[in-house]
Design a protein around this ligand. Structure first.
Ligand SMILES: Cc1cc2nc3c(=O)[nH]c(=O)nc-3n(C[C@H](O)[C@H](O)[C@H](O)COP(=O)(O)O)c2cc1C
Length: 186
């Protein structure tokens, strides 16, 4: 039942080292591109950074340097520690996908494109849940670190998030407020 997949999906941050195959990634990307999209803009763009690839290593070094430069602490050891922690995260995650959407000069279309890419990410996450893969959606440092030129994103693409994928290390419980707290019935 789809409702079970929806309710069981969690944002995953810790993964086992089990590999995620290219076939699985293609399966998830195919789920993503069947998302609704107004005006048939198909605005989603994906950049897959394979584990152990040259690009993964370059990206990890870039993230390291960005975190070192932008660390909130002035303490040298603390700066090195945070930079290293973020680098290791990038190196270790079994699969990593950056997701962008094509910007539009019309604010209405731009908003629709962001909505559509968000639906695509949800499709991907649900398909992943179905086949036992966990996904962590991040718009944090991994996105803020100005990675676009390095990884080949086009200038008119806006980032929607970085998706960390792998077999979840543990099962976490989700929580939502009841529907009557967010619904007006007439
Ligand atoms: C647009 C968007 C951006 C997100 N960015 C982050 C992030 O940067 N870091 C993070 O830990 N979680 C991020 N999340 C995941 C949420 O924190 C997560 O969905 C929320 O805590 C609810 O948990 P659940 O998805 O397991 O139900 C993001 C989710 C969305 C929709």
């Amino acid at each position: 039942m789809i409702i079970e997949v929806i309710e069981k999906r969690r944002n995953i941050k810790e993964f086992t080292q089990e590999k995620i195959s290219k076939d699985s990634i293609e399966y998830l990307l195919n789920a993503a591109i069947w998302a609704p999209n107004h005006r048939k803009t198909e605005p989603w763009r994906f950049i897959v950074i394979p584990k152990d690839s040259k690009m993964r290593i370059k990206l990890a070094n870039h993230i390291h340097d960005w975190n070192y430069k932008n660390a909130s602490s002035k303490d040298e050891n603390a700066k090195k520690e945070i930079a290293n922690k973020e680098k290791v995260k990038i190196l270790n995650v079994p699969a990593l996908i950056y997701v962008y959407y094509v910007e539009d000069s019309d604010p209405e279309v731009d908003k629709e494109n962001y909505s559509a890419v968000s639906c695509a990410i949800q499709n991907l996450m649900l398909a992943a849940q179905e086949i036992g893969i966990g996904v962590g959606w991040s718009t944090g440092k991994v996105c803020k670190a100005k990675v676009e030129t390095l990884i080949g994103a086009e200038p008119d693409w806006e980032i929607a998030g970085a998706l960390f994928l792998g077999k979840p290390k543990n099962q976490t419980q989700g929580k939502r407020r009841p529907i009557n707290e967010c619904t007006i019935w007439h």
